[in-house]
Design a protein around this ligand. Structure first.
Ligand SMILES: Cc1ncc(COP(=O)(O)O)c(C=O)c1O
Length: 403
């Protein structure tokens, strides 16, 4: 049984207290229900629960108390009615598409997205008759121009991976709704602690829980968040039948991760701002992509769209900083290979700072031309700032940048 909570509580309180599960044992920290199925007192009760005339858990593909607690807590943080947890961030996007689209439908998506998302749209959904048009993320006219009568979904990350470009969620929601389409936002980079897309007009939010929701780089998982009909019914119905479900163990890790989400995100942001400013002043760095820099093309939008670090504090700009060095792949790899503390790995949202070369890793499987058009050059490096001291992160990066 989950404890009652007030959806009007602040984000930090919801992260700790929303949907706190408590069994008959009265444990304080959430228990894990590591079971594939649930037992019934009688055949009649089994039939009633299956027929949904009596509430109860059936089978962990679609009903598990630990997974449900994570779903309810994430929904509370996003200000949503419903959430369906999935096996990964990619399966969240797949689940959303399979549950809400059909052959003949059309998607308009930002050109700059996580590489596998582009591949999912181009190589998987296209085989099932769902076509995607990719547009410049920041150009509202391009989004409008790509609309077709059969457009059902607009999809964007904001800030996006790896360039930290923003889309104006409010404006894009109007474009989507004017065309009878839905707007889905991948809220992976900021999390609900720093940005609440549904409150700005988006219809759906997807997450790679693998990233900041876990926060310590332990488990892979994801979620689709939204209203009671589309997510609570349609997405849930797809999950029940098709089964790309989250394991209860991973749900428990994410549930505990949400308890520290707000404090972690604030610390990531503060160190990222310090790093971005240092990089910007560095002579070996050609360009820095970070929404917290005043010369970021959407700095003003970030100030409007993102939440604050705290009451009366500055805007939160996120924990991801990308930068370009002079030269190409060889120069970028030299900077990466010089680090001694920072982890060379493609994950992000960890306590440990990570560094990657997007063009040859996270975006390596998308065609070179599409990558170039999206602005993901060979000299681009992405740093996901962890929770170490900012000075140590800077000192480690300084090695490859010549001090
Ligand atoms: C913005 C974004 N969305 C989705 C994903 C996919 O998540 P997962 O790796 O959990 O499948 C990633 C992974 O890096 C990501 O960066």
């Amino acid at each position: 049984m989950n404890q009652k909570f007030d959806p009007a509580w602040g984000s930090a309180t919801l992260g700790v207290r929303a949907a706190e599960p408590r069994s008959a044992e009265r444990e304080h920290s959430a228990a894990i229900h590591l079971t594939s199925s649930f037992v019934f007192d009688s055949a009649a009760q089994a039939a009633a629960v299956f027929a949904e005339t009596e509430p109860g858990n059936i089978y962990s593909r679609f009903t598990n108390p630990t997974v449900a607690a994570f779903e309810q807590r994430l929904a509370a943080l996003e200000g949503a009615d419903a959430c369906v947890a999935t096996a990964s961030g990619m399966s969240a996007i797949l689940t959303l598409a399979m549950a809400l689209l059909k052959a003949g439908d059309h998607i308009v998506a930002a050109r700059t997205l996580f590489g596998s998302t582009i591949n999912l749209f181009n190589n998987v959904l296209a085989r099932f008759g769902v076509q995607t048009t990719f547009v410049e993320a920041t150009d509202l006219d391009a989004w409008r121009g790509a609309l077709r009568p059969e457009t059902r979904l607009l999809f964007a990350e904001t800030p996006n991976n790896p360039l930290t470009e923003l889309v104006d969620i409010e404006a894009l929601a109007q474009v989507a709704h004017g065309a009878g389409a839905l707007l889905a936002i991948d809220n992976c980079f900021l999390t609900p602690a720093l940005q609440q897309p549904l409150r700005l007009g988006a219809d759906l939010v997807v997450h790679s829980a693998t990233k900041y929701l876990d926060g310590q780089g332990r488990c892979v998982g994801g979620a689709v968040v939204g209203d009671a009909r589309r997510v609570g019914k349609d997405v849930f119905g797809f999950m029940r039948t098709a089964g790309p479900c989250l394991s209860p163990f991973n749900a428990w890790v994410f549930l505990k991760g949400l308890e520290t989400l707000g404090v972690r995100m604030r610390a990531h942001c503060r160190a990222a701002q310090q790093l971005a400013q240092w990089l910007r002043a560095h002579p070996a760095v050609a360009r820095v992509h970070y929404p917290g820099l005043e010369d970021h093309p959407q700095h003003a939008l970030a100030r409007r769209q993102h939440l604050r670090l705290g009451k009366g504090e500055d805007t939160a700009f996120g924990g991801i900083v990308s930068f370009e060095v002079a030269g190409g792949r060889a120069e970028a790899w030299r900077v990466i290979d010089a680090v001694k503390m920072i982890s060379i790995t493609a994950n992000l949202g960890d306590t440990r700072t990570t560094i990657t070369h997007p063009a040859s890793t996270t975006h390596g499987r998308i065609p070179a031309q599409a990558r170039a058009e999206a602005g993901i050059g060979e000299s681009l490096i992405r740093v996901a700032v962890g929770l170490e001291d900012a000075e140590d992160i800077i000192a480690d990066l300084a090695r490859g940048l010549g001090g």
